[in-house]
Design a binder for this molecule. Structure first.
Ligand code: GAL
Length: 970
């Protein structure tokens, strides 16, 4: 009998365990009186194509790296070296290597990093020292002064090695070999760029004799008697002082005193100090109690409503190396946009981010660095979260997260990870976390039965399902029925959208069990690119990639807010300002104000009214609003007599809530919420009639207009040449129109193209003149199909104005909604300035229009464009009564018979549709204008539900009118 050959021991890169030689995980803090030395800076770097291209000799002190490249630490090597060090690669679900766990490909880019440093002259003698790595992707092996310290995985977690015995006053050589792929990569299949490197700080920390190895700050709040209880546990006996509270107590001893609680709305922190024989550590303590109570997530006794976002760490030049200023900027932007919560998707962020959340006030779901989504491709066979060989690595990740981040009051929920299937490894993580920290709740969306978790969590459920969960009609296991629902992801912010936010918010505000959600996601991960603007998947020649699915944020890559963020700010505003219900009577001058904060009264806000006539503000003044408590509302009278009595035009109140004083995240008078109270209904432009059309040889004239006598085409209005005016139903499909391939429902973008809406043909069947009108009869239809839109253009004029009444009758069976329905026309390129009375200032669509403000607006055509990283329909302004496009000498005024959608751009819809990067869009010699009677909604089908029925545009018999007049000498 021949014995089976013994399997070769797995090299450390492929060993499913977490690593060797690191110190136990412990709390992270930014400063103390112990010495520390940043090892960030320029390091020596050598890239190899395989993990074993070099032996260990490089680690020896004598090794000469003179010929090596240089690299910045922290940093990803693929973003440095101008292409010489490889390139980023993007996949969503698929692993970019064969799924053969725990093995990794032979081609395993490996970066040897070398740094030589001296200790500062005042580096203390005695004690120990550790070298800390805050983040290395994906596996590192470390040597100091030629001695191997160990190896580790867990890219977005901290790892420390004891090094005191190896340090020398000068010429220390720290050598770090980083492998792009390791067994850890199987646990890090998050939807993002694969970016190897030492991407967070490296620090040498002195550990004096008598310092604590670790400590745990427990600071709870009793909302019944308004006291806080503080207990700091430490493995070394010491004391804790909180001067402001008169606390000076021993570690391990609880103290209860009256305090102001910490909440995301009122992030009250108390400066404190932990004093051990060896070290003084400054602490910032926030008192709060997190509980699952009565089936709800409560903090300090009150239920929360999450107005959240999912945040990946991303910078368009440095990837997941994000500096402090950018972290702070992210939080300031969130706070300014009424966001109150962040899920650190899908890994613990740089710890400093959490300190900033403590300081500025955000609820945090801290998520573990775990995703094994690629195993879904094989029906979760061999999934590491259900395989005991991997459990040590999973536990290590849970421990490293909890131990590092446990002292942040902002962190109220631990998340086990994302999209990692189900399995006993996850249960082991949850059990360990519960045992270690009973003061927080546990989240994991993959646990749909809530065996391990404290909340029912879903991603992208349709509105109707959310409503039924809100009503408790969803059934499910008994435990789940007792738990609240959060949407850990919803409203996929890819490209134009997300649509339907307001519809979700209404549900959240109606049903107590629905505790809000987290929009996917905060920022587009587009890399700044010299030729393309921003690069996405495939732009670096990846073999497997998921295109621009990586650009799905509320911010553009440069952190400019996209219209989706403006919409979200409005939808989640913590103060509702709306017309008081006037019953069936005329609109009243009373406004209803509701406090929708979870904790704050309205004392920090001032209110102001303004009054608009035809969209122009004619007067403003302060408004006194009671200091309402959370949940309360009041009806507040606006000034008795509006400052104008003009009756022949539209009039409205606008009320705004502004910050009364500067905060750490916004200036005084920063607008928090607003609402408008219309006093009149929109006026429709009366049709111009009375003038006779005059037939000529080639042309027909009617009032200010000339037409081609043969085709019936409009040629001029006064001095304005017009081209290509015709019915238009096509829009460059948005990411949400196109939808994700896995969506169960029909995806209209591809259907529209299949039917041929992007190639509609226009056939004129009659051109008719009568005494008072000029009529052109057409049929608009795609080749190869029997469906069509019978379209009649009926032109009249009063001599100076020109009215077009369009009637559209669908023929055949239209099984899909229309993208849009209206007119397109071309004007000279010099007509580059738009003025309009309608919704603005930004774009809006039927289900993304909450933030649209009725007013008078002006913008250059170039600035009407929304620069989505992947070009698509954008830039419509809603509720427009009239719009003007003007050039230096003339202009055209366009009025609607009813409010319409106005869009103007320097390229056609077809060009927009064909572009794959904004740099493909070249201005031509025409300004193309769309005047839409209706638009189809946007929805969220790029990863969620489509357009709700009431936001859809169905083909049905329709009539609409536009009136044109020439603005001479404009
Ligand atoms: C979710 C996932 C996210 C992201 C999103 C789509 O399923 O958790 O990481 O992939 O879909 O953008």
């Amino acid at each position: 009998m021949s014995a089976m050959p013994a399997p070769l021991p797995l090299p450390y890169v492929e060993d499913p365990g977490p690593g060797h030689g690191t110190l136990p995980a412990r709390t992270w803090y930014a400063t103390s009186d112990a010495a520390r030395l940043s090892l960030n800076g320029t390091w020596r770097f050598r890239l190899s194509a395989t993990a074993d291209a070099h032996d260990d000799a490089f680690a020896a002190q004598s090794y000469d790296p003179a010929g090596w490249d240089r690299i910045q630490v922290p940093g990803h090597w693929v973003l440095q070296g101008e292409g010489a060090f490889g390139a980023p690669a993007y996949t969503n679900v698929l692993y970019p290597f064969p799924v053969d766990p725990p093995h990794v490909p032979a081609g395993n880019p490996t970066g040897d990093h070398l740094h030589t440093f001296d200790l500062p002259d005042d580096w203390p003698t005695g004690g120990d020292a550790v070298v800390r790595f805050d983040g290395v992707e994906s596996c590192a092996r470390v040597w100091l002064n030629g001695m191997e310290l160990g190896d580790f995985k867990g890219s977005r977690l901290a790892h420390e090695f004891a090094v005191g015995h190896l340090l020398q006053p000068s010429g220390n050589v720290l050598a770090v070999r980083v492998h792009q792929w390791s067994s850890g990569s199987y646990l890090e299949d998050q939807d993002q760029w694969w970016l190897p490197g030492i991407f967070r700080d490296v620090t040498l920390l002195h550990r004096p004799w008598g310092c604590a190895s670790d400590f745990f700050v427990h600071a709870s709040y009793n909302h019944l008697d308004h006291t806080g209880t503080l207990r700091v546990d430490s493995d070394v006996q010491g004391s804790v002082s909180v001067p402001e509270l008169g606390i000076d107590t021993a570690t391990g001893s609880p103290v209860t005193v009256p305090v102001d609680p910490w909440t995301a709305e009122t992030p009250r922190l108390y400066d404190a100090e932990l004093i051990t024989p060896g070290e003084r550590v400054p602490l910032r303590i926030g008192f709060r109690t997190v509980a699952l109570d009565d089936g709800l997530i409560k903090v300090n006794g009150r239920p929360l409503l999450f107005r959240g976002v999912n945040r990946h760490e991303f910078h368009p030049r440095t990837g997941r190396t994000v500096d402090s200023a950018t972290m702070r900027h992210d939080i300031e932007l969130m706070k300014r946009h009424n966001i109150n919560a962040v899920r650190t998707a899908h890994y613990p962020p740089h710890p400093e981010f959490l300190s900033l959340c403590d300081e500025l006030g955000l609820w945090v779901i801290d998520e573990c660095d775990l995703e094994t989504h690629g195993f879904e491709e094989q029906a979760w066979r061999d999934n590491p979260t259900d395989d005991d060989r991997w459990t040590p690595a999973l536990l290590d990740r849970a421990q490293r997260m909890v131990e590092r981040d446990k002292n942040h009051p902002s962190v109220i929920i631990w998340s086990l990870g994302n999209e990692s299937g189900r399995g006993r490894g996850l249960t082991a993580m949850a059990e360990w976390i519960r045992g270690r920290d009973s003061g927080r709740l546990i989240h994991y969306e993959g646990d749909q039965e809530c065996r391990d978790t404290d909340m029912y969590s879903r991603m992208y459920p349709p509105h109707a399902e959310v409503e039924s969960i809100g009503r408790g009609l969803d059934g499910g296991p008994a435990r789940r029925r007792q738990l609240p629902l959060i949407l850990c992801e919803y409203a996929h912010a890819m490209g134009n959208g997300p649509g339907g936010l307001a519809d979700y918010q209404r549900l959240f505000e109606t049903h107590e069990r629905l505790q809000g959600g987290f929009v996917w996601e905060w920022i587009d991960h587009g890399f700044a690119h010299p030729a393309l603007g921003y690069a996405y998947g495939g732009d670096f020649g990846e073999e497997l990639h998921d295109g621009h699915f990586v650009c799905d944020g509320l911010l553009f890559p440069d952190r400019t807010p996209s219209p989706g963020l403006i919409e979200y700010k409005k939808v989640v505003e913590p103060v509702r300002i709306e017309p008081a219900d006037a019953g069936d009577g005329p609109p009243s001058g009373t406004v209803r104000i509701t406090n929708r904060y979870d904790f704050s009264d309205l004392g920090h806000l001032v209110f102001e009214w303004s009054y608009q006539v035809e969209g122009e503000t004619v007067d403003t003044g302060p408004l006194t609003v009671p200091r309402l408590l959370p949940g309360d509302w009041a009806e507040v009278e606006l000034p008795a007599a509006p400052p104008t009595t003009r009756q022949d035009c539209e009039q409205q109140w606008t009320v705004r809530a502004l910050l009364a004083a500067e905060t750490p995240w916004a200036a005084r008078e920063h607008p928090v919420a607003w609402g408008q109270v219309p006093l009149t209904v929109p006026r429709s432009a009366p049709a111009a009639t009375g003038s006779r059309p005059h037939p000529g040889n080639k042309h027909i004239t009617l009032g200010p207009a000339t037409f081609d006598a043969r085709t019936g085409e409009l040629l001029t209005v006064g001095r304005t040449p017009v081209t290509g005016l015709r019915l238009d139903a096509w829009r460059a499909p948005t990411d949400n129109d196109n939808g994700a391939p896995w969506q169960p429902d029909v995806r209209y973008g591809p259907r529209w193209r299949e039917i041929g809406l992007h190639r509609l043909q226009h056939r004129t069947s009659a051109v008719e003149l009568s005494d008072e009108a000029f009529t052109v009869r057409t049929r608009v239809a795609p080749a190869g199909r029997d469906i069509g839109l019978r379209t009649v253009y009926h032109w009249t004029s009063d001599g100076t104005r020109l009215t077009l009444a369009v009637s559209v009758i669908p023929e055949g069976r239209w099984a899909v909604p229309l993208p849009r329905l209206g007119l397109r026309l071309g004007l000279p390129a010099s007509y580059g300035t738009a003025h309009w009375f309608g919704g603005g200032p930004g774009e809006a669509y039927p289900d993304t229009r909450a933030a649209s403000t009725l007013g008078r607006w002006r913008a250059e055509v170039d600035d009407l464009q929304t620069p989505y990283v992947f070009p698509q329909e954008n830039g419509a302004r809603p509720d427009v009564r009239w719009a003007q496009l003007t050039g230096p000498e003339a202009g055209l005024r366009m009025e609607g018979g009813s409010p319409f959608w106005f869009t103007a751009r320097r390229w056609t819809t077809e060009h927009l549709d064909a572009a794959t990067h904004p740099t493909d869009l070249e201005p031509g010699d025409t300004v193309w204008v769309n005047l839409d009677h209706r638009q189809h909604g946007i929805g969220s089908q790029s990863c969620g539900p489509g357009v709700l029925p009431h936001h859809q545009l169905h083909a049905e018999p329709t009539e609409f009118t536009f009136t044109f007049s020439s603005l001479e000498d404009a």
